[in-house]
Design a binder for this molecule. Structure first.
Ligand SMILES: Nc1nc2c(c(=O)[nH]1)N[C@H]1C(S)=C(S)[C@@H](COP(=O)(O)OP(=O)(O)OC[C@H]3O[C@@H](n4cnc5c(=O)[nH]c(N)nc54)[C@H](O)[C@@H]3O)O[C@H]1N2
Ligand SMILES: Nc1nc2c(c(=O)[nH]1)N[C@H]1C(S)=C(S)[C@@H](COP(=O)(O)OP(=O)(O)OC[C@H]3O[C@@H](n4cnc5c(=O)[nH]c(N)nc54)[C@H](O)[C@@H]3O)O[C@H]1N2
Ligand code: SF4
Ligand SMILES: [Mo]
Length: 762
C-alpha cells in the first residue's frame, strides 16, 4: 500500500451543524485576516437593512426580524474575512514572485496572499507581473479588442458577485462592442434549473418566498448541502419544523446540516440545544433522483386511481396544466423494479415518503448542484415540477420551486442581461433606449468559450470576477485554451490561478469589493443585488478601500467602454456621476424595475414579478407543462465508479478558506476520495491509502494524482472528491442536455493504487 505521509486527521462525521463550533470558527477566520475592531465593524453591518449584502451565497435575509448582532453565518464570516483581509499584494510582492513560481502553489496558498492593490500587466514572454497605469491598461485592452477581425473573437465572462449596476453596464458595453459572447458561472451552476423551469413554468427562477417555508407542510431537499453552502437556510428549516413541516432529504451522503441544527444566533443553540431537521433521509445513488421521483409518483398514481381526487389536485391540473394524460400514461408504463434498481432506495422507504406526500397539499422542493450537474439534469428538474403540479403545489402560499442559488448576485446578473442567449425583447429594449443595434446571434456559453479559445476562434478573454481556470472542467484543456489567447484580462479582488495560467499578454484589474466604500466626488454610492427569491435590495460597503488604486466595477466598465468604442451612442460619463443614472436605464429596459431608485431605497427592498408565484404560466402552451422523461442508469463497468465533485466546509467555490471539512470529519487535507467501505474491500484499498484517479472520456486519459481514500457512508460505486482539485477529471464534452452544464457530479472514474507516494508532499 502506498502510505500517506501527509498531515491528515480523520474523525467521525458530525451529526449536528453550527452551534458553538461555528461561532469559534467564524472568530478564528476573521481574526486571522484583520483586527477585531475592523471585523466587528463589518459583521455588525452584514445583512442588516441598508447594510452590506453578504458576499457569500444568495440565501435571502428575513423580511421581518433581523438579529442586530448576528445576521450572518459561519461561512458569511469566512467570506468577509477572505474579502476584507488586511493583507495586500504590493509591487514588491510581484517583483519578487514570478508567475512560474506562484503557479506551483495550491489555490489555498494563492488565495491567502491578500488583496490586489494596483493594476498589473504581464507582457509577452515575461515571467513577472509589472505595474501599469489604469489608463494604459484600458488602452491596451481596447487596442486588442479593436484589432480583432470580428467582435465574436472576444469573450466576456462574469462570475456571480457583480452588482446589478455593474452587470447592466457590462452587458451594455459588450453588446455595443458587438458580441453576445457572455458566458457566466451560471452556465456551470443553475443553468439546468433555468432551462427546466422556463419550459415548464415559464420563468427560469424559483417561485417561493422565505415566508412560504414557514407555512409549508413538506420540504424536499434534493442534492443540496445547506449546512455548508446556505447555512442560514437552516434557521428557516428550523422555523418550518417548529410550525409542523416534515423535511425529506435526498442525498447520497448524510450531510450534518440536513440532520440536526444548533442555532448559533440563539442562546439555547449555543448551549447545545438542537433541532432534528430531516424526518426522512433517502440515500439515493448518484443521479438516481429522477428514478426515485418517478417511483414516488407511480405509487401515488396507483392510490389516486383507486380513489380519484384523493391525492392529486384535480382542479389545479385541469385549470392550470398541460399534458397530464400522456404523462400519466408514461408513468403507468414504468417498471417499479427498474426504478428502484436505478435509485437504490428500498421500496419500503419510498412508500413511507409516498404516504407523507399523499396527504399533504403544500410542498416546497429545494435543490442545488446535486441535481443540476448531470447529463439528464434538466429532465430531473422537470420531474420535480411534475410532482409539484400533480399536488397543485405551485402558485400558492407555502408551496413551490426553490432552486437555491449560489453566488450572491448570480440571479441578478442574469436579470441584468448577462446571458449568451438574450431574448429579442431584451435586445429591442436596449436598441430603443440606446440607439444602437445590438448583435442578435447567440454567443458562446462557458463550455463553447473554452472550445473557441482552444481552437483559436476566440483570442481575447475578459473576466468580470471569478476564477475561470479553476472553476471550469478539464483543467489541462482549459489551460491550453487560455494560453492560446492573445490577451486575458481579469477584474478581480484577490489573486487566483486564472491570473497565473494566462494569455500571451495578461492584465489584472483590481476592483472594490462589496465591503468597500464606493465614493463618487465624496458622495457614497450603493449598489443592488437580487437574492435567490427575487428580492432586489441595496448593499453599501463601509470600509476604507485597502488601496487608492482600486476602481469600482462600474467605473472599470465605463472607462473601458470609452477607450474601446468610437462614437458610442451611450453617455458613459453620466453613469459615473451617480449610480442612480444606471438604475434609471435599468428601469427603462427591464420589466419589474418600475420606480427602481425609489423602491431600492426601501430598507427591505422589493420583489420582482414572478408568474409562477402568482399562478400564471408564461410558457409556449400558456399552461404549466408536464414533461415526459426516461430515467436511465449510468452504465458502469465493475471497475468504474461515479464521482461527484463537491464543496468542503472551508471553501467558497475556488476560494479555499482552510483545509478542514469539519462536518465530514476531514482535517488538514483536500485531496481525499470518499468511498464505500465494501468497494474498498473489493478492490483492496485500505483506509487512507493513496490512489490516483483516472477518467477516459472520449479516448483521452485524464489523471488526478495522490488522493487519500476515506471510508464513508456512501452508496456502492459512488464516490466524492472536492472541486476544484478534481476538475482535471471532468470531461469538457460531458455536459447536461439542453443546458450544456458540465456534468461534474457524475464523472466516471477508475481508481488505481498510486504509483508513487512522493508526488504530493503538503
Ligand atoms: N460556504 C460556501 N457556500 C457556498 C458555496 C461554497 O463553495 N461555499 N458555493 C456557492 C455556489 S456558487 C453554489 S452553486 C452553491 C452550491 O451549493 P450545493 O449544491 O449544496 O453544493 P455542493 O457541494 O456542490 O453540493 C451538492 C450536494 O449534492 C449532493 N449530491 C451530489 N450528487 C447528487 C445526486 O446525484 N443526487 C442527489 N440527490 N444529491 C447529490 C452532494 O452530496 C452534496 O450534498 O453554494 C453556494 N454557497
Ligand atoms: N467540478 C466542479 N466544478 C464546478 C462546480 C462544482 O460543483 N464542481 N461548481 C460550479 C459552480 S456552481 C460555480 S458558480 C462556478 C464558480 O465559478 P467562479 O464564479 O468563476 O469562481 P469563484 O471561485 O466564485 O471566483 C472567485 C474569484 O472571484 C474574484 N472575486 C471575488 N469577489 C469579487 C468581486 O466582488 N468582484 C470581482 N470582480 N471579483 C471578485 C476573486 O478574485 C476570486 O478569486 O464553479 C463551477 N465549477
Ligand atoms: S447564508 Fe449565505 S448570504 Fe447568509 S450569511 Fe451565510 S453565506 Fe452569507
Ligand atoms: Mo454556483
Amino acid at each position: 500500500m502506498t502510505k500517506n505521509k501527509r498531515n491528515i486527521r480523520v474523525t467521525k462525521p458530525k451529526e449536528t451543524a453550527a452551534g458553538t463550533p461555528a461561532v469559534i470558527s467564524s472568530a478564528k477566520h476573521i481574526l486571522s485576516e484583520m483586527s477585531l475592531q475592523k471585523g466587528t465593524k463589518i459583521l455588525l453591518n452584514l445583512n442588516q437593512k441598508e447594510g452590506i449584502d453578504c458576499p457569500g451565497c444568495a440565501w435571502p435575509d428575513p423580511d421581518d426580524e433581523r438579529s442586530r448582532i448576528g445576521e450572518y453565518c459561519e461561512n458569511g464570516a469566512k467570506a468577509i474575512a477572505e474579502e476584507a483581509t488586511s493583507k495586500k499584494l504590493t509591487l514588491d510582492f510581484f517583483s519578487k514572485n514570478s508567475v512560474s513560481d506562484l503557479v506551483k502553489l495550491t489555490d489555498y496558498e494563492i488565495g491567502k496572499k491578500g488583496r490586489i492593490t494596483q493594476p498589473m500587466y504581464l507582457p509577452k514572454n515575461a515571467d513577472f507581473y509589472r505595474e501599469i497605469s489604469w489608463k494604459d491598461a484600458f488602452k491596451l485592452t481596447a487596442e486588442h479588442l479593436n484589432k480583432l477581425d470580428n467582435p465574436d473573437e472576444a469573450i466576456f465572462y462574469t462570475s456571480g458577485r457583480t452588482s446589478n449596476e455593474a452587470a447592466f453596464l457590462y452587458q451594455l458595453f459588450v453588446r455595443a462592442y458587438g458580441t453576445n459572447n457572455m458566458p457566466d458561472c451560471s452556465n456551470m451552476c443553475h443553468e439546468s434549473s433555468g432551462v427546466a423551469l422556463s419550459e415548464t413554468l415559464g420563468i427560469g427562477k424559483g417561485s417561493v418566498k422565505l415566508e412560504d417555508f414557514y407555512e409549508t407542510e413538506v420540504i424536499l431537499i434534493l442534492g443540496q448541502n445547506p449546512g455548508t453552502n446556505h447555512p442560514r437556510m437552516l434557521s428557516a428549516l428550523q422555523k418550518a419544523k417548529k410550525n409542523g413541516a416534515t423535511i425529506i432529504s435526498i442525498n447520497p451522503i448524510l450531510e450534518a446540516g440536513l440532520l440536526n441544527f444548533s442555532n448559533p444566533q440563539k442562546l439555547s443553540g449555543l448551549l447545545g440545544a438542537k433541532t432534528k431537521l430531516s424526518d426522512h433521509y433517502l440515500q439515493v445513488k448518484i443521479n438516481g433522483d429522477m428514478a426515485l421521483l418517478q417511483a414516488i409518483i407511480k405509487l401515488m398514481l396507483e392510490e389516486e386511481e383507486k380513489k380519484p381526487g384523493s391525492i392529486f389536485d384535480l382542479d389545479f391540473i385541469k385549470e392550470k396544466t398541460h399534458g397530464i394524460d400522456a404523462y400519466l400514461e408514461h408513468i403507468r408504463q414504468l417498471n417499479m423494479d427498474d426504478l428502484i434498481a436505478i435509485c437504490g432506495i428500498p421500496l419500503e422507504q419510498i412508500k413511507t415518503v409516498v404516504k407523507i406526500l399523499s396527504s399533504r397539499k403544500k410542498i416546497i422542493a429545494c435543490w442545488a448542484m446535486g441535481l443540476t450537474q448531470h447529463k439528464n439534469a434538466v429532465d430531473t428538474i422537470k420531474e420535480i415540477v411534475n410532482l409539484l403540479l400533480l399536488k397543485g403545489s405551485v402558485g400558492k402560499a407555502g408551496a413551490g420551486t426553490c432552486p437555491v442559488r449560489g453566488h450572491s448576485n448570480v440571479q441578478g446578473d442574469r436579470t441584468m442581461g448577462i446571458y449568451e442567449k438574450p431574448s429579442n425583447i431584451f435586445l429591442d429594449n436596449l436598441e430603443n433606449e440606446f440607439n444602437f443595434q445590438p448583435p442578435r446571434d447567440h454567443g458562446y456559453d462557458t463550455v463553447k468559450s473554452i472550445e473557441a479559445m482552444y481552437t483559436g476562434e476566440a483570442k481575447v478573454f475578459f473576466a468580470m470576477g471569478g476564477n475561470f481556470l479553476s472553476a471550469t472542467p478539464d483543467t489541462n484543456y482549459t489551460a491550453k485554451a487560455l494560453e492560446n489567447c492573445d490577451l486575458t484580462v481579469h477584474v478581480s479582488t484577490k489573486l487566483n490561478r486564472s491570473h497565473l495560467i494566462h494569455g500571451k499578454e495578461a492584465l489584472i484589474l483590481p476592483c472594490l469589493a462589496r465591503t468597500d466604500k464606493d465614493l463618487i466626488n465624496g458622495n457614497p454610492q450603493f449598489v443592488s443585488v437580487e437574492n435567490s427569491m427575487g428580492v432586489i435590495h441595496s448593499s453599501r460597503g463601509n470600509l476604507n478601500p485597502i488601496s487608492d488604486k482600486l476602481l469600482s466595477e462600474p467605473k472599470i466598465v465605463c472607462e473601458l467602454a470609452k477607450a474601446t468604442l468610437n462614437d458610442s451612442t451611450i453617455d458613459w460619463d453620466k453613469y459615473l456621476e451617480d449610480y442612480d443614472h444606471i438604475r434609471d436605464n435599468i428601469e427603462a429596459c427591464i420589466p419589474g424595475f418600475e420606480q427602481y431608485n425609489k423602491r431600492v431605497r426601501l430598507p427591505e427592498g422589493f420583489y420582482l414579478p414572478n408568474g409562477a408565484r402568482d399562478n400564471n404560466y408564461f410558457t409556449a402552451t400558456g399552461s404549466a407543462n408536464f414533461s415526459i422523461s426516461k430515467a436511465e442508469a449510468q452504465q458502469l463497468q465493475a471497475y468504474e465508479f461515479l464521482m461527484m465533485t463537491i464543496r468542503s466546509h472551508d471553501q467558497f467555490n475556488t476560494t479555499i478558506y482552510g483545509l478542514n471539512d469539519r462536518y465530514r470529519g476531514i482535517y488538514n487535507e483536500r485531496r481525499v476520495i470518499f468511498m464505500n467501505p465494501r468497494d474498498m474491500g473489493k478492490f483492496g484499498f485500505e483506509k487512507q491509502e493513496v490512489v490516483d484517479l483516472y477518467n477516459y472520456h472520449g479516448g483521452t486519459e485524464r489523471v488526478a494524482e495522490a488522493f487519500i481514500v476515506i471510508p464513508y457512508n456512501i452508496p456502492q460505486q459512488c464516490t466524492a472528491t472536492y472541486f476544484p482539485e478534481a476538475n482535471v477529471l471532468v470531461p469538457l464534452k460531458s455536459t447536461a442536455k439542453k443546458s450544456n452544464t458540465p456534468a461534474s457530479k457524475s464523472v466516471v472514474i477508475q481508481i488505481k493504487k498510486s504509483i508513487s507516494d512522493t508526488k504530493i508532499t503538503s
